[in-house]
Design a protein around this ligand. Structure first.
Ligand code: CDP
Ligand code: CDP
Length: 208
């Protein structure tokens, strides 16, 4: 078949999904979609009172370009709240599936890529790290970008989002049955990326 090659990367907040996804895409020449941005941009639009379903249905490319604003813990919380609404998720499915089918290969990272968006993905990775390490990494990242936020605030954001994302009825955070787990707690970025590349190489070879 000439079906496009798809890599699905899921996992809890700040596990290193995006870092691995970007590096994989660069290595193999695939395109990358950070699906969290869709929920973050939708969440941001609801902060001024816009209806979440309306916000998701009318999302524009330029809504995804406000990277620094979209990365704040307040917007992350808004994202997690709108992401629990089935109609919001439904409004974002077609865009993600169309992206996944792009010829030349695609990497998508999020929460439900291997379970709901791309259940037939060629590679499924479930990236994790301990709660403490994820909080430290995200805190470092935000402080380096100039955000004034404490480690406790970051840890609380990750904890509450992981709990909400795992407990929701529609497309909850969980590993696909056939996902390969990648615990990056004791891995450098280079080590995590090398493991993801090796798994992808295996799947490319198996596909022939
Ligand atoms: O980067 P981080 O892991 O902190 O968050 P993100 O991937 O940008 O996702 C932000 C929020 O969007 C998550 O907490 C989820 O509630 C939601 N999300 C989702 O429900 N499904 C996805 N495929 C991606 C994100
Ligand atoms: O996309 P997700 O929210 O899962 O995580 P990320 O934004 O890729 O990674 C969160 C932070 O951890 C980033 O600042 C990465 O540079 C860092 N990181 C790390 O220090 N070691 C790893 N093995 C992976 C990521």
């Amino acid at each position: 078949t000439n079906r496009a090659f798809t890599v699905a990367i899921d996992g809890p907040a700040a596990a290193g999904k995006g870092t691995v996804a970007r590096a994989l895409a660069a290595h193999f020449g695939f395109t990358h979609l950070d699906t969290g941005l869709l929920y973050r941009a939708t969440g941001l639009r609801t902060l001024d009172g816009t209806d979440p379903v309306e916000a998701a249905k009318t999302l524009k490319a330029k809504d995804l370009e406000q990277d620094d604003l979209l990365r704040t813990p307040d917007v992350a919380q808004a994202a997690s709240r709108v992401a629990a609404l089935p109609e919001v998720r439904a409004a974002l499915v077609d865009f993600q599936r169309a992206f996944a089918r792009r010829s030349g290969g695609a990497v998508l990272d999020g929460r439900d890529i291997g379970t709901v968006i791309c259940p037939d993905a060629d590679v499924k990775l479930y990236v994790t790290a301990s709660d403490e390490i994820r909080a430290q990494r995200r805190h470092n990242e935000l402080v380096n970008k100039g955000h004034e936020v404490t480690l406790d605030e970051v840890a609380a954001d990750l904890r509450s989002r992981d709990a909400r994302d795992s407990a929701r009825a529609t497309a909850p955070l969980k590993p696909a049955a056939d996902a390969v787990e990648l615990d990056t707690s004791r891995m450098s970025i280079d080590e995590a990326v090398a493991a993801a590349i090796a798994e992808t190489e295996r799947r490319i070879a198996a596909k022939g």
